[in-house]
Write a protein that binds this ligand. Structure first.
Ligand SMILES: NC(=O)c1ccc[n+]([C@@H]2O[C@H](COP(=O)([O-])OP(=O)(O)OC[C@H]3O[C@@H](n4cnc5c(N)ncnc54)[C@H](O)[C@@H]3O)[C@@H](O)[C@H]2O)c1
Length: 361
């Protein structure tokens, strides 16, 4: 049974001071203060056609830059012309950047806000499920370098976030599943019970916006606990990369044919399988989680994941040391998610291959 609770918003404590995540459940009624002062808007160009009226005042603003949200445009060489346009538009120290879009636009704006004039304030209207339920808090920017995903980055918390769930109505199914991938991850990190609850509610998540909203809020509350303890990802927060080392490698190897959050669900399934093969995770946990993870990536089961490319990408993951891959694996009776050093040897390569032979058939 889903229990709905009254929830006005939340305050996140960060090294740069606290910031508010507000919910505006009907429309962008609370958005006016976001246009105060010298603001430069960077917006997902797809929203132009989808929300010409709702977003009119942002679309018609003189300092609005439109960007197509894709991984290519999140690469450093594509970010530089955006900075040039900001300068042409008169951006100065003390101005504010406003990001309107999903995780790609967020990463670009958060990154620029960290480096331009040694730091500008930025604010965010997340418009995808992934960005509303997960990425909008936590301060990270991640930028691609060529084919290497998220290898450049900074920490820069937003000044405020406004979540308007009506934007979710126009998302494609794959983008909803991608966001659910991150919701599954956050709940798995928190506890077996939490994961089992979201797993039992999986089908209603896709059909009932109120249930989805409850899980967006729950995901943010869980993430808040970890980022407030370890904003700069040097300790406990590392486990939020569960599913991500494998997931990023799968995204790179398939040239981003699989959306991020769906690659993360494959990555979680793979981490569980490999941990059980290594004798670190009771097989029942792999089986307990496999059903719902598989449901979430089933639409992509026919995508070819070239194993050598995936292993090469995995070795480039920024968490690795010179000797080992640093993987986030579930361990023990409680399936608690931990950082584990794993040698990238022949046995590991053959386990990765076996996983895809078993699952992607
Ligand atoms: N910085 C972080 O903390 C963090 C965390 C997780 C993921 N990420 C990054 O986020 C990116 C994925 O973000 P995402 O899943 O939000 O995807 P996205 O920003 O790539 O958007 C996905 C698609 O949805 C479209 N879209 C956006 N809003 C829409 C709406 N309201 N209706 C219809 N279509 C809409 C976009 O144009 C795009 O085609 C990845 O690059 C990932 O690495 C960053």
């Amino acid at each position: 049974m889903v229990v709905l609770h009254v929830f006005k918003g939340l305050e996140i404590i960060s090294g740069n001071g606290p910031y508010l995540v507000e919910f505006d459940e009907t429309s962008l009624t609370k958005s006016d203060p976001f246009l105060e002062g010298n603001v430069h808007i960077i917006m997902d160009s797809k929203l132009l056609d989808l929300y010409p009226k709702t977003l009119a005042k942002f679309i018609n603003h003189p300092n609005t830059i439109l960007i197509q949200a894709n991984e290519h445009n999140k690469a450093i060489l594509q970010v530089l012309p955006v900075i040039e346009t900001l300068l042409e538009n008169g951006a100065r120290r003390g101005h504010t950047l406003l990001a309107i879009g999903g995780g790609v636009i967020q990463d670009i704006v958060c990154f620029i806000s960290s480096v331009l004039f040694r730091g500008l304030d930025w604010k965010f209207f997340p418009t995808t499920l992934l960005s509303q339920a997960d990425s909008c808090i936590g301060s990270k920017s991640s930028i691609n370098l060529g084919k290497t995903k998220n290898i450049l980055g900074t920490f820069k918390p937003p000044k405020s976030v406004l979540i308007c769930p009506v934007f979710l109505e126009t998302l494609d199914r794959c983008e909803i599943l991608s966001g659910i991938g991150e919701i599954l991850k956050v709940h798995a990190i928190d506890s077996i019970e939490r994961f089992n609850n979201v797993s039992n509610d999986y089908d209603i998540l896709l059909s009932d916006p109120m249930v989805l909203l409850k899980y967006i809020k729950d995901s943010l509350l869980i993430k808040k606990k970890y980022i407030e303890l370890d904003e700069y990802d040097t300790g406990v927060r590392n486990i939020f990369n569960y599913g991500h080392s494998f997931g990023h490698a799968i995204e790179s190897a398939t040239q981003f044919a699989i959306p991020h959050g769906i690659a993360v669900t494959i990555g979680m399934d793979m981490a569980n399988r490999i941990s059980s093969w290594r004798g670190s995770l009771p097989e029942m946990h792999y089986k307990r989680m496999h059903g719902v993870l598989r449901k979430n990536y089933l639409d992509y089961i026919d995508v070819d994941v070239p194993i050598e490319l995936m292993l090469t990408a995995l070795k480039k993951d920024k968490k690795n040391t010179a000797e080992s891959l640093m993987l986030i694996l579930p361990i023990g009776e409680k399936a608690s998610v931990e950082v584990v050093a794993v040698k990238a040897d022949d046995e590991f390569a053959s386990q990765c291959k076996k996983y895809f032979d078993e699952i992607f058939v």
